[in-house]
Ligand binder design. Structure first.
Ligand code: ATR
Length: 273
C-alpha cells in the first residue's frame, strides 16, 4: 500500500491520520498514513528520508509550512500566494511538489456545509500570521468584496494588504481600530486560542455578523473564540470542518478521488471511529 504522513511538531494530537484512514476506507484506497514528529531544524531531512523510503506524499503542519514551501521544486499558484505548503507530493523522479489546501478547505466548509455566500461578502479577518495569509487569496478569489485584516501588530496586517491588494479590496488595521460592521463573516486566524485567549476586541464590531468562525478547532467545538462569541449571542463555529476539508482536498490531489467529508466530521465530533 502507498505511504503518506503528516509532519509537524508537536504532532501527537494530529487528527490527520484518522481522517485519512476514514477517507481511505470509504473510497477503497489502499494506503497508510502516519504522524511523524520532525525535530525543529530537522524537517527537510525527515521529509526527504520519508520520500526515499517510498513515501508518496505528505501533509505539513505547524511549524513547518514555510519550510515545506522552501523545500519544493514546484508549487501551485495558491501555495505561492500563501508562501506556505501543507501538501507535498513526491513525483516518480523524486521531485517534491507543493500545494496549499487550507484556504480551499475553509472556503468549502463555509460555502458547502455552513451555507455562506462569499460573493460580495464583507469579511473581518483577525490575525495576520501564516494562517491568515493562507486563506486571504482563496477568499478574495471566491468573490469577497472586502477583507479587513485586523492584527495586534498592525504592520503585519499592512504587509498582507500590500501582498493581496492586487486580488481584491484588502484593508489593514490594528485590533483597536477596526472599522464598524456589520460584517458578513468574522474569521479568527490568531493564535490567541493556543494561550486560551480571545483577541482583545470591541465586541460592537461583531454585532450583526451572521457567522463567526475560528480557524482553530476543539474536539467539542468550543474554542475560546467560539465560546466567547456564542456567549454574546452570535453564531460561531470552530475550524474542525476546515481541517476535514483541507484533508479531503489533499486526498483528492494524491488519489484522484474526492472523499465525502460529512461522515468523517460527524465521526470526529462523536469521538467514534
Ligand atoms: P499562525 O501560523 O498560527 O498564523 P503566526 O504566524 O505566529 O501563527 O501568527 C499568529 C497570529 O496570532 C498573529 O496575527 C499574532 O499577532 P501578532 O502578529 O501581533 O503577533 C496573533 N496572536 C497571537 N496571540 C495573540 C493574542 N493573545 N491576541 C491577539 N493576537 C494574537
Amino acid at each position: 500500500s502507498d505511504r503518506y504522513a503528516v509532519f509537524g511538531n508537536p504532532v501527537r494530537h494530529s487528527l490527520s491520520p484518522r481522517i485519512h484512514a476514514l477517507f481511505a476506507a470509504a473510497t477503497g484506497q489502499d494506503l497508510t498514513y502516519e504522524a511523524v514528529e520532525a525535530p525543529v531544524g530537522g524537517f527537510r531531512e525527515a521529509v526527504l528520508a520519508f520520500r526515499d523510503a517510498g513515501g508518496r506524499g505528505a501533509n505539513v503542519t505547524v511549524p513547518f509550512k514555510e519550510e515545506a514551501y522552501a523545500l519544493c521544486a514546484r508549487v501551485s499558484e495558491r501555495a505561492q500566494r500563501a508562501a506556505a505548503v501543507n501538501t507535498l507530493s513526491f513525483e516518480a523522479g523524486g521531485a517534491v511538489v507543493g500545494d496549499n489546501t487550507d484556504g480551499a478547505g475553509l472556503v468549502r466548509d463555509l460555502t458547502q456545509r455552513l451555507g455562506l455566500d462569499l460573493g460580495g461578502a464583507r469579511i473581518l479577518l483577525l490575525g495576520a500570521g501564516g494562517a491568515a495569509r493562507g486563506v486571504l487569496g482563496p477568499l478574495l478569489l471566491e468573490g469577497a468584496a472586502e477583507i479587513v485584516v485586523a492584527n495586534r501588530t498592525e504592520a503585519r496586517a499592512r504587509a498582507l494588504e500590500r501582498a493581496f491588494g492586487g486580488l481584491g479590496r484588502v484593508r489593514a488595521c490594528g485590533l483597536a481600530a477596526i472599522p464598524p460592521g456589520p460584517y458578513d463573516l468574522v474569521l479568527n486566524a490568531t493564535a490567541a486560542s493556543l494561550a486560551g485567549e480571545v483577541p482583545p476586541l470591541d465586541e460592537v464590531v461583531l454585532a450583526g455578523a451572521p457567522l463567526c468562525y475560528d480557524l482553530a478547532y476543539a474536539r467539542d467545538g468550543l474554542t475560546p473564540f467560539v465560546a466567547w462569541a456564542r456567549g454574546r449571542g452570535l453564531r460561531a463555529e470552530d475550524g474542525l470542518g476546515m481541517l476535514v476539508e483541507q484533508a479531503a482536498e489533499a486526498f483528492a490531489l494524491w488519489r484522484g478521488v474526492r472523499p465525502e467529508t460529512a461522515p468523517v466530521l460527524a465521526a470526529l465530533r462523536g469521538g467514534a471511529a
